[in-house]
Design a protein around this ligand. Structure first.
Ligand code: ADP
Ligand code: MG
Length: 430
């Protein structure tokens, strides 16, 4: 058996021979564009019956050394505390790196989605937000918050935020997510509020007018007197002049379907609020039982889906606030989140809603969410037993939707910070 395992892992052993020297690799647990992750135990472990398990992340040599260095720095600085995965060491051979981390036992997200109760969803979200509180205290945006990167064990209720491969330091001082004079670094759950703290401890949302003044920038589509006027503004086509313009430069690293409006709108001054949006999308998935919730073909499709769910006027307002222009051919009023979730949960699904138009342009087959928004039945509906869902819409308290809408606030300047979320009534109601 070991021989066949050795064959399976021979690429890993060849790239970084020290792995074979020190570890027995059990199996591969993750694979991506930039890395493979393996479950392993130490050779000659003192406790042979219950050996300590490690996750070995083999980062391919195609990754930029600066990226790898920053990923390791993040794990070293903030890992091992408050549900952020730690680091035990690194192995290096030529350009190849293996990061050694404690293995975080976890359940598959597809199982969590089906089975979690309201109380468990609360624990999941608490652990995730604590991890973000920790990371954001270092003025760092994780940038890739999604179910695959937050591991949760249903039995122990422990969680672990992994994958700092896209993490980035906040470059400008934001408003609501601003770091105060000393970094807001916490290292254990005991330093977090055990009960709600008064509003005076929360960052005060800034005056919207001031924000506008601070953040308003000229739209990249706007023309000035020296430029030729474009003739596509507000139309559903792009003229040659606009096609020739350079794209606005703003970070957009992350995963499609988890990107907030400010990333999709290429707003350059992005903050830790980016991660809160992504955590809000996970929350929406847990409540609705749908993952991925959004499955856009590209960023424009993504904006169109956000306009459908949150309302086209809202997206237009936020675009304006961020100095951008958003034009939508149809007015979409947006959805009430409780109504949307109730419609998507199998147990209390009302009879199909009237058909509504959809701006969705995605080439992929429609998701459950897209089908529901269009009033189409799910093809798998007949095979689904309503009682298998761990959660019924009536189990969800109003406070969950209040928190959800503060996390999915399209305006990044007023979106809740991690501590504001953790102080929300949702975490203090049984
Ligand atoms: P990538 O950059 O390729 O996405 P990740 O760091 O996210 O790499 O790891 C890929 C997958 O490996 C994760 O989604 C998770 O399933 C698994 N994984 C990563 N780190 C750990 C860990 N410490 N414990 C358990 N599983 C892990
Ligand atoms: Mg990952």
């Amino acid at each position: 058996q070991r021989n066949s395992a050795d064959k399976e892992f021979c690429a890993l052993y060849k790239s970084v021979p020290q792995v074979k020297e020190h570890f027995v690799v059990e199996r591969q647990i993750g694979c991506g564009t930039f890395s493979n992750v393996y479950l392993a135990r130490l050779k000659n472990s003192s406790d042979a019956t219950n050996p300590t398990q490690f996750a070995l992340k083999h980062i391919f040599s195609t990754s930029h050394p600066k990226r790898v260095e920053y990923e390791i720095k993040c794990l070293k600085d903030m890992g091992g505390q408050l549900n952020v995965v730690g680091i035990d060491g690194c192995l290096r051979n030529n350009g190849e790196i293996v990061i050694i981390m404690p293995y975080v036992p976890h359940d598959k997200f597809s199982v969590l989605l089906k089975e979690l109760t309201m109380e468990e969803i609360r624990e999941y979200m608490r652990k995730l937000l604590q991890a973000l509180y920790r990371v954001h205290g270092f003025n760092v945006i994780h940038r890739d918050v999604k179910p695959n990167n937050f591991l949760f064990d249903r039995e122990t209720k422990l969680g672990g935020l992994v994958d700092f491969g896209l993490a980035q330091e906040v470059r400008t001082l934001p408003t609501t997510h601003r770091r105060t004079s000393s970094p807001n670094i916490v290292s254990s759950a005991s330093q977090l509020p055990s009960k709600r703290v008064s509003n005076s401890n929360n960052p005060t949302p800034p005056d919207p007018k001031r924000r506008l003044k601070t953040y308003h920038r000229k739209s990249p589509l706007a023309t000035n007197n020296n430029e030729n006027k474009c003739d596509c503004h507000g139309k559903l086509s792009v003229c040659k002049l606009c096609l020739a313009r350079p794209s606005p430069v703003a970070p957009r690293a992350g995963t499609s379907g988890f990107r907030p409006p400010e990333v999709l709108l290429r707003y350059p001054n992005q903050t830790t609020a980016v991660d809160i949006w992504s955590a809000g999308i996970i929350f929406l998935s847990l409540l609705s039982g749908c993952c991925p919730f959004f499955r856009p073909a590209d960023d424009i499709d993504s904006l169109a889906q956000l306009a459908l769910v949150f309302g086209s006027k809202r997206i237009g307002e936020v675009a304006k606030l961020l100095g951008k222009t958003f034009t939508c051919s149809t007015h979409f009023p947006g959805y009430d989140l409780r109504g949307l979730v109730t419609n998507l949960r199998p147990s209390l699904r009302p009879s199909p809603k009237k058909r509504i138009g959809s701006p969705l342009r995605g080439q992929k087959s429609p998701t459950k969410v897209q089908r529901s928004l269009r009033g189409q039945p799910s093809p798998t509906k007949a095979h689904r037993s309503p009682s298998t869902a761990g959660l019924k819409p009536t189990d969800i308290p109003d406070s969950a939707f209040e928190l959800l809408s503060s996390m999915l606030d399209c305006n990044p300047h007023t979106r809740f910070s991690a501590i504001q979320c953790l102080n929300h009534e949702f975490f203090f109601t049984a």
